[in-house]
Design a binder for this molecule. Structure first.
Ligand SMILES: *Cc1c(COP(=O)(O)O)cnc(C)c1O
Length: 400
C-alpha cells in the first residue's frame, strides 16, 4: 500500500495515474492536462526537457552515485562553481542535501553553530514569520507556523526556540530590539510564503531585516526552496536583498531528482574554518551531491540562463495580470500575483471544493489547498496554454 501525503487515506479521492508527461502536459490513460502547479512547484522546464534528460542519461552511463566524503567528482565541482557564479555576493559555499526540509535543517544548524564557534552560547532562538512553512522535519516544523499541517507538535507544548512575527516592519523592529541577543538568525521565505497560503509581501520588509541583522549581528537566512529559480520574478530574491545563507530546492534540478542546497557566504564559512575539528560542520546526508542531481542541476541552470527564463517569467506575470484584471466575485477574498505565481484566495474553503475534478475535466491539473486556488506554471508554457489555465480558474466561479 502507498501512504499518500497530507491526506486522510480513508476518504482520499483516487489520484490520477500518470503514464507519460511531456512539456507542460501530464497524460493519464484517457486524459491530457496542463500541469498548472509544476508538480509542487519544481518542474520549471516542464517534463522531458531534452537538455536535462540528456544530462541525466550521460551521467548515468558514467556513474549514478558516489558518496561525497573522501570522494569528489566533476558534476559537483562544476555545479557548485556555477551556483557560486550565479548567486550574489559571497554566497559561494554550497552544502548539498537531499530535500528542501533538510537544507533548512542544515541552515539552522549552521546558524546555531556559527555563534557557538565564536563562544556565544545563548543564541539558540530563531525569528521567523507568521504562516511560515519551512518543511516537514521536526526542527523545520518548529520554525514553521502552519497549524493546519503541523498540529502534532502541540504534543510538546508551546514552542520555545522561535518567535513568529507578521511581515510588518514595526513588528520586525520590535522583535529585533527585544530578542536580538538570543537570536542566531532571522529565517524567512522571501517575498512569497508558499505553503502558508501564497502570501506576498514587500521587499522593504527584507531590506529592513537586512539592516537590522547587520546592526545586531544576527544572520539572515532565506528559504528560497520555493522562491528560487524565478518563481517571484527574480532569479533569486537574494538578487535584491542578499542573505547570509540561502536554501535552494524544488527547482534546483529542474524537478528531475530530489535535491537541495544550503549556500553560505564568506563570513559564515570563515567561522567554521580553522585548525580545530570542533569548528567543523558535522552533517552529511548519504545522497548529498548525487552526481545525477548535480549534472541535471547544471543543465537546468544553463537552460535557465541561455533561454532567458526571466523574460519568460515577466511575460507570464504580464499575461496573468491582464487576464485577471477586473475579475471579481463575492466569494473571493483577494487575488495575488507575483512573477509566475498566482493565487485566488476565497473566503471559505468550501468555495473551491471540487475544483480539482472540474479542472481535470478541463484538461488542467491543479491542487488547491485550504482557501487557496493557485497556479505556479512551468516557465515554458505558451500564452494560449496559460490563458486556458487562468480561464479554467475564472470559469469555476461563473459556472458554480
Ligand atoms: C517545499 C518547501 C520546503 C521543503 O522542501 P522538501 O523538498 O519538500 O523537503 C521548505 N521550504 C519551503 C519554502 C518550501 O516551499
Amino acid at each position: 500500500m502507498i501512504w499518500y501525503p497530507y491526506v486522510q487515506m480513508k476518504t482520499m479521492p483516487q489520484p490520477y495515474k500518470i503514464i507519460d508527461a511531456d512539456g507542460v502536459y501530464l497524460y493519464t490513460k484517457d486524459n491530457k492536462m496542463i500541469d498548472s502547479i509544476s508538480s509542487w512547484w519544481c518542474m520549471i522546464h516542464g517534463y522531458k526537457h531534452p537538455v536535462l534528460t540528456e544530462a541525466l542519461k550521460s551521467q548515468a552511463d558514467k556513474f549514478a552515485h558516489v558518496m561525497l566524503a573522501g570522494l569528489t567528482h566533476e558534476p559537483v565541482e562544476h555545479f557548485s562553481a556555477e551556483l557560486a557564479k550565479t548567486l550574489p555576493g559571497t554566497l559561494n559555499y554550497t552544502f548539498f542535501s537531499d530535500s528542501g526540509s533538510v537544507s533548512v535543517e542544515v541552515a539552522l544548524k549552521i546558524a546555531l553553530q556559527f555563534y557557538l564557534n565564536q563562544g556565544e552560547k545563548n543564541r539558540t532562538k530563531v525569528l521567523a514569520l507568521k504562516h511560515a512553512y519551512h518543511g516537514d522535519t521536526f526542527k523545520t516544523m518548529e520554525v514553521g507556523d502552519s497549524e493546519s499541517y503541523h498540529f502534532v507538535l502541540d504534543a510538546f507544548g508551546p514552542k520555545k526556540d522561535v518567535y513568529h512575527i507578521p511581515t510588518e516592519i514595526p513588528a520586525l523592529e520590535k522583535a529585533m530590539e527585544e530578542h536580538h541577543k538570543e537570536l542566531n538568525c532571522v529565517l524567512v521565505e522571501p517575498l512569497l510564503q508558499g505553503a502558508g497560503g501564497m502570501l506576498m509581501y514587500d521587499l522593504a520588509f527584507l531590506q529592513r531585516a537586512r539592516e537590522l541583522c547587520d546592526k545586531y549581528g544576527v544572520l539572515l537566512v532565506f528559504d528560497e526552496v520555493a522562491t528560487g529559480f524565478g518563481r517571484t520574478g527574480y532569479m533569486f530574491v537574494a538578487d535584491a536583498v542578499t542573505p547570509d545563507i540561502i536554501c535552494l530546492g524544488k527547482g534546483l534540478t529542474g524537478g528531475y531528482i530530489g535535491h537541495a542546497a544550503t549556500v553560505a557566504n564568506q563570513k559564515v564559512y570563515d567561522a567554521f574554518y580553522g585548525d580545530s575539528n570542533r569548528l567543523a560542520l558535522m552533517h552529511g546526508p548519504t545522497f548529498m551531491a548525487n552526481p545525477l542531481a548535480c549534472s541535471v542541476g547544471l543543465a537546468s541552470l544553463k537552460v535557465f540562463k541561455e533561454e532567458n527564463y526571466l523574460g519568460k517569467i515577466k511575460k507570464i506575470e504580464a499575461i496573468t495580470k491582464r487576464e485577471l484584471a477586473g475579475f471579481t466575485d463575492d466569494r473571493i477574498k483577494e487575488i495575488r500575483i507575483m512573477g509566475a505565481s498566482v493565487c485566488i484566495e476565497v473566503k471559505d474553503p468550501k468555495y473551491i471544493q471540487g475544483y480539482q475534478q472540474y479542472a481535470y475535466k478541463n484538461h488542467v491539473f491543479a491542487r488547491p489547498f485550504m482557501s487557496y486556488l493557485y497556479a505556479m506554471v512551468p516557465y515554458i508554457i505558451t500564452e494560449d496554454e496559460l490563458v486556458h489555465v487562468l480561464n479554467t480558474m475564472k470559469n469555476w466561479f461563473y459556472i458554480k
